[in-house]
Design a protein around this ligand. Structure first.
Ligand code: NAD
Length: 503
């Protein structure tokens, strides 16, 4: 491992006031932000707010990114953001500001702790205490989508080795720093052998350096089902972007209310803290929103910038308030609630309890850790890359794989030949089944004419990119509608592409 490392922990000193970019957001955002800031102020948090405008108003002013130049500058100057939820306007042309912020600022780790507050907040899982660590920049959220034929659209799932290494090491380091014992990796590599397979492989590689931590790999479908049925069996979960988005909402919901969970978005330079919920337009302006999600995010921010004591004081006061049955409408229940309060009254009650300890609820492991998480810089290793062929994707409206296959077999291309055709990943030529449904999107695999086929074992031979170019111009000249190509490589003698189903 390299000795050069970047610290994801802020380097500010505890005693100094820390400048924080603050976005009040949309919908319930300003209500919950005001409540949160009043609590931080009363607890003596040493922060200097710089308010920034992002979200709905900026979108409506004609800026489709939802963020102005001044706001970018304030974020990059301050490096810490406390952000209330924002509304992404529906319709074409608007980019999700959340995704833009996470990716542009390199906020690679989304940390979402969720713990039960039984019996005060109703949940079926009284001992649940889970942290979902979600990869925040890659996967299907790369946002690379194309319509390729009349009937077929695609979204690229990008998983990178540096992305996997960073998030997986972060999860193990987080477990160590916050005294957690187990890390579970969730993937779907029984189907996505290369992308999810890489995430799994890196988990095993990096996990070998953390023998003190119990490790487990689960397939995401059964993993989510088990999380929903027995969340107490999970401690830290690390997973890719889309799976993490889904399972962290499941975790928050089954713990009691989506209005309770906070999250941090951690990068090497910048960190952003926010509630996991949205701008809740259905209750906006009514002063009934629960500010706890944003307050918990602010507590995570204080821990991150080294103000642990103030973080603990606020968390304890918050727990004491909930324990004494002072509840907002979303968590109000006849059995344990004593008084229904609005957003601002809830803040007053927390402020009144600053310095008190909860009687039964205990502060989670969140602020116990020393928070020092160090991620080494990525060390790229060169590998031996060899071109073995090309998948040519064609737009072909006729539902006749045999006819397409026979036409492609006749293409006279320099030393490349058709090996197979698939439609939606299933082999349809040669020897396809009549029952297979075909669309207008055909993947045609061309390899070297000299490929060895020995019953079950296939040996691909190296081809030259000139041969690929030659093939493409032949296809074009013969009237085929080429919509894209994917080169087939091997890296260090390992096949870097999947076989077609039935190949
Ligand atoms: P939402 O999370 O805003 O609301 C879902 C439900 O939960 C609603 O019934 C709402 O009233 C309730 N709820 C949410 N937060 C609450 C709180 N603090 N207290 C009490 N009840 C609460 O999800 P949505 O309705 O799907 O999205 C609304 C808007 O928020 C959309 O424009 C969406 O794009 C945006 N959004 C923003 C973020 C973010 O800024 N990080 C995250 C998610 C959604």
């Amino acid at each position: 491992m390299s000795t050069t490392s970047v610290s994801v922990k802020s380097k500010v000193e505890i005693a100094k006031s820390v400048k924080v970019a603050i976005a009040k957001g949309d919908g319930i955002g300003p209500e919950i932000m005001d409540a949160t800031l009043r609590i931080l102020d009363a607890a003596g948090a040493k922060i200097t707010p710089e308010f920034i405008d992002i979200g709905e108003k900026v979108y409506e002013s004609g800026n489709t990114s939802g963020i102005s130049e001044e706001a970018w500058n304030a974020i990059r100057r301050n490096k810490i953001i406390l952000k209330a939820p924002i509304t992404t306007p529906q319709g074409k042309g608007y980019k999700s500001l959340n995704v833009t912020l996470r990716k542009s600022l390199g906020l690679f780790a989304n940390v979402r702790p969720v713990s039960a507050l039984h019996p005060y907040v109703h949940t079926h899982f009284p001992s649940m205490d889970v942290v979902v660590i979600r990869e925040n920049e890659e996967d299907l959220y790369a946002g690379i989508e194309h319509q390729q034929t009349q009937d077929v659209v695609q979204c690229l799932k990008l998983i990178t080795r540096p992305g996997c290494e960073r998030i997986i090491r972060y999860a193990f380091e987080y477990a160590r720093a916050y005294n957690r014992n187990k890390v579970t990796c969730m993937v779907k590599d029984n189907i996505m052998k290369l992308t999810d397979g890489l995430f799994h492989q890196v988990f095993v590689e990096i996990g070998a350096e953390y023998e003190d931590i119990t490790q487990d790999v689960q397939i995401i479908d059964i993993g989510s089902a088990r999380l929903a049925a027995k969340p107490e069996n999970y401690d830290v979960i690390v997973t890719s972007n889309l799976y993490g988005d889904i399972i962290s909402d499941i975790a928050a919901e089954i713990a009691g209310s989506v209005g309770m969970a906070g999250s941090s978005n951690i990068g090497t330079e910048v960190a952003m803290f926010e509630a996991i919920h949205g701008s809740a337009p259905d209750i906006s302006g009514k002063q009934i929103a629960n500010p706890s999600g944003l307050l918990n995010a602010a507590v995570m921010m204080l821990t991150h910038i080294g103000q642990h004591k103030i973080a603990d004081t606020i968390k304890n006061a918050w727990l004491a308030t909930l324990e004494q049955g002072i509840h907002t409408a979303d968590i109000y229940n006849k059995e344990h609630s004593k008084r229904k309060v609005n957003t601002s009254q809830f803040a007053d009650e927390v402020i009144a309890r600053l310095g008190s300890q909860p009687e039964h609820l205990t502060i989670s492991k969140l602020s116990e850790g020393n928070g020092k998480i160090t991620i080494p810089e990525y060390q790229r290793k060169d590998s031996d890359k060899i071109l073995l062929g090309v998948d040519v994707f064609l737009d072909w409206p006729e539902n006749n794989p045999q006819k397409l296959g026979e036409a492609l077999e006749k293409i006279d291309s320099y030393k490349m030949k058709l090996k197979m055709i698939t439609n939606r990943g299933v082999k349809v030529y040669p020897n396809g089944l009549d029952e297979t449904f075909c669309t207008d999107h055909w993947r045609c695999r061309f390899v070297s004419e000299d490929m060895d086929v020995n019953h079950k074992t296939l040996t691909y031979k190296e081809v030259d990119f000139e041969q690929v170019i030659n093939l493409l111009s032949k296809l074009h000249a013969d009237g085929f509608d080429v919509i894209k190509t994917e080169n087939l490589y091997e890296f260090d003698k390992k096949r870097g592409f999947s076989l077609g189903q039935g190949e």
